[in-house]
Design a protein around this ligand. Structure first.
Ligand code: SAM
Length: 209
């Protein structure tokens, strides 16, 4: 099944599926918000987010008045329609003039961004590099696309990738293109049990060789 779908659960929470796979709900959203906070704390003003989802990363960015623009690349236009129509929360995002939603594959949208004009790129389009929602998303974690992202960042810029597991191969690819690579483990409470999600991050794009 391709496309996105929403389920309103009996307890009032909302679940998002993409291509038939569970990608998130609105119950445990701490890691989506930390994805934004970690670059806000580093002074990011111009940010691109891959994957609108239920809008938690974008909303956290926009809550900071020093942020100047939040470009969001989302492959499924129906998610934005549900927000605008009030079927799910998110209409507030569209009122903010700094919010710039671009419908399409993030792999097609990043190349349209001029070089060295973003402080951060935040990618949360899958459940992680080992748990893709679309097979084509495998290229998001390959050297060519990571290098393209690095080229769109300013000198101290960050590329952060959300993942449900750590990934040594992705850290190695980040290290090809960034001066500093970190993997941050985020404990999350999933219906009473603790698991760890991850943010894999490259900071300081290296000059292309
Ligand atoms: C886990 S959700 C993002 C969650 C988001 N960080 C939040 O705070 O709600 C993943 C989103 O990425 C979108 N997506 C998947 N592949 C994509 C791609 N190649 N380009 C753009 N969006 C994509 C999905 O449709 C979904 O909306």
């Amino acid at each position: 099944m391709t496309g996105a779908s929403i389920r309103h659960r009996d307890d009032g929470s909302v679940e998002l599926r993409v291509n038939g796979l569970f990608v998130m709900d609105d119950v445990e959203t701490s890691s989506e918000r930390v994805l934004a906070r970690s670059v806000l704390d580093a002074g990011a003003y111009d940010v691109l987010v891959g994957g609108l989802g239920l809008g938690f990363t974008a909303r956290e960015l926009l809550a900071d008045p020093s942020v100047e623009q939040v470009i969001v690349a989302e492959i499924h236009p129906e998610i934005a329609d549900w927000m605008r129509d009030g079927i799910i929360a998110g209409a507030d995002l569209f009122i903010d003039p700094r919010f710039d939603l671009r419908i399409g594959d993030v792999q097609e949208i990043v190349p349209t961004i001029p070089a060295a004009c973003l402080d951060a790129i935040l990618l949360d389009v899958d459940n992680g590099p080992d748990s893709l929602v679309y097979a084509d998303n495998a290229r998001v974690y390959h050297s060519e696309f990571i290098q393209l992202c690095a080229s769109r960042l300013r000198a101290a810029g960050h590329l952060s990738l959300w993942s449900q597991a750590d990934s040594a191969p992705v850290r190695a690819v980040l290290a090809e293109h960034f001066a500093v690579v970190t993997a941050e483990s985020l404990p999350v409470n999933l219906q009473g049990r603790t698991e760890n999600y991850w943010i894999l991050r490259g900071q300081g794009p290296k000059a292309p060789r």
